[in-house]
Design a protein around this ligand. Sequence first.
Ligand code: ZN
Length: 134
Amino acid sequence: MVSKLDHIGIAVSNLEESVKFYEDILGLKLQGIEIVDEQKVKVAFLPLGDTEIELLEATSPDSPIEKFIEKKGQGIQHIAVRVEDIDKALAEAKEKGIRLIDEKPRYGAGGARIAFLHPKSTNGVLIELCERKG
Ligand code: ZN
């Protein structure tokens, strides 16, 4: 069902400051910043080998990222796994009794199609399915 770890999503309070850490201390290179209105987040991508670090800052108090930080503080919020066919992957997960946060794929940063599986069904990890073309 999955082919690779697409990225790791990290909730941060200040995107620019966090990017600095990854660039200056770890030597990663910022690939781009995008605002995803649908999820009320500002997203920065830093490629790391075959995967990416995705930094997420809330753009609104009712953003899921703001709620996450209020509850748990900054840190790893989700992991994303690459799937070839997200519609098929979602249907299969549902059939196997996995609780879905998204019944249908939605728009993700970088033009991906994404959907989340509920942590209650995944041993406590918020898992994003991520389909990318090209
Ligand atoms: Zn993500």
